[in-house]
Design a protein around this ligand. Structure first.
Ligand SMILES: [Zn+2]
Length: 485
């Protein structure tokens, strides 16, 4: 039998495992229960370290070493009291404005900088770190990843192996989609329980976990239809508040370490929302204030500013455009590196200039199992870098899209507008509240560049809440990326 096919169905039934040479039954280190496992601990660690290198390079780490060290020290202390203290644990902040946290197999845990703005104490942060540690100690992460890998074997085997030309369905999710695995409800409540165990072992006030779930619940309600990432991978925050309150009551633990002021001191100045330095869409175009460039995607296409490329997909999902860095120091070198790849056929190429910039433009064809794709590609030099801008579609659709691609490629140009180059990012500022006042009065006295609703959410305040004199509170300063709320 082909080895990747039936394992999904029997993955949870340990008795049937004798049929398989790849899998093994083991005792779960955190829960003591029997589990099906495809990988040894050594493989689990190796897998996690590999993904960690990809995340560090692909998503980028938040560049505040003091804050990184703080998060790592809290995480290491929690991991040391877990059932697997000897794993190569690491705790890092990725430079991503979403409210998210995730765990890789065998040790690496990440917080997105977006979620850092919503914690109001070290205890709250510890509750989320403890939860993610739980996904690793209970081996949820490695199980999910090995299942996802099997699925990839099944889906991708034999399909085009040119890395630049992924199947259309994946175009907007990017290569890092595997990191945002959805865990089942059982895994989530188990991790909540393990997180509670670790934080209370260190003497943290477990009320922090309840507060955190409440914040996430309110955030979800405020977001309306669009559910931020952490909630979509970590479902039902409402039920989790109830469960966390129950756990708290049963434990009979009262109070503990909170460290509110210490936490807030660490996040003073934290970037909030999108960072203009990573480029953004405005007035129908993409502008990058650091690289000083701009371009337009076709009107009405869905677009995404991913860490290593900027992507757009046609409304019919049958064409993709992508801007990324090319290889080499000249447009010619980058073009040759591209066309020399196995599986890519060069249909034509010529030197030209685009808005005063030296460039090579060409057309290519790629053969896949689902038929051939045709594309138009531009290699353009700007500053010290060569950019690759391309569009591709099934060969039968090229007649429809050729002009559309061409028009977009020709929009690549230098960008020197002061208003975008000097745009200040939004940052948190920690304020000492001078007198007792309501949350609304605080918003008047210490204005923010975000709505009152957002200020209430990041501070964990309710409408009309009275803020005691002398306490620390968050406001948001700086103009930020247009349209980012
Ligand atoms: Zn989780």
């Amino acid at each position: 039998m082909s080895y990747h096919e039936p394992q999904f169905r029997i993955a949870r039934a340990c008795g049937a495992i004798a049929l398989l040479s790849l899998g093994a039954c083991a005792v779960n280190p955190a829960t003591g229960g029997r589990m099906f496992s495809l990988v040894s601990e050594g493989q689990e660690i190796e897998m996690g370290q590999q993904y960690m290198a990809e995340v560090d390079a692909g998503m980028g780490l938040y560049g505040n070493s003091g804050l990184q060290a703080y998060v790592d020290s809290v995480g290491q202390a929690l991991a040391a009291v877990s059932e697997r203290p000897d794993l190569p644990w690491s705790f890092k902040i990725v430079d991503d404005p979403v409210i998210n946290a995730f765990a890789l197999p065998g040790g690496p845990v990440y917080l997105a900088r977006g979620i850092m703005a919503y914690f109001n104490s070290e205890a709250e942060m510890a509750s989320v770190l403890g939860h993610e540690i739980g996904h690793i100690t209970a081996r949820h992460s490695v199980e999910q990843i090995s299942r996802a890998q099997l699925m990839q074997v099944g889906l991708v085997a034999g399909v085009v192996l040119v890395p630049e030309l992924r199947p259309f369905g994946d175009a907007l999710s990017g290569g890092l989609g595997i990191l945002f695995l959805k865990f089942g409800r059982d895994d989530e409540s188990q991790s909540d329980e393990l997180g509670f165990r670790y934080m209370t072992r260190l003497g943290y006030d477990p009320q922090g976990a309840v507060d955190m779930f409440e914040i996430l619940e309110r955030q979800r309600e405020a977001a309306g239809g669009s559910i931020p990432e952490w909630q979509s991978t970590h479902p039902d925050p409402g039920n989790r508040v109830v469960a966390a309150e129950q756990r708290l009551a049963e434990s009979q633990i009262e109070g503990g370490i909170v460290r509110r002021d210490e936490y807030l001191r660490h996040i003073d100045g934290l970037l909030f929302g999108k960072d203009p330095a990573q480029g953004f869409f405005v007035e129908g175009r993409f502008v990058h204030p650091v690289l000083r460039l701009q371009f337009r995607f076709p009107e009405g296409w869905a677009s995404q500013n991913a860490p290593t490329s900027v992507l757009a997909q046609s409304p019919d999902k049958d064409a993709v455009m992508q801007v990324t860095l090319g290889q080499g120091s000249t447009p010619e070198e980058a073009a040759n590196a591209f066309f020399d790849q196995q599986g890519i056929e060069r249909l034509g190429a010529r030197s030209r200039t685009v808005n005063g910039l030296p460039a090579v433009q060409g057309t290519f064809r790629v053969t896949t199992e689902q038929g051939t794709l045709d594309g138009e590609v531009l290699f353009v030099k700007h500053g010290d870098l060569v950019f690759r801008f391309m569009g591709y579609t099934p060969t039968s659709r090229m007649g429809t899209y050729a002009v559309t691609f061409e028009r977009s490629l020709e929009s690549f140009a230098p960008m020197n507008e002061e208003r975008w180059i000097n745009l200040a990012p939004r940052r948190l500022e920690i304020v000492r509240v001078p007198d007792e006042m309501t949350a609304e009065r605080f918003f008047e006295r210490f204005p923010s560049t975000v709505t009152l609703e957002t200020v209430l959410q990041i501070n964990g305040w309710k409408t009309g809440q009275v803020i005691p004199a002398g306490s620390s509170a968050k406001r948001v300063v700086g103009e930020g990326v247009p349209g980012d709320e």
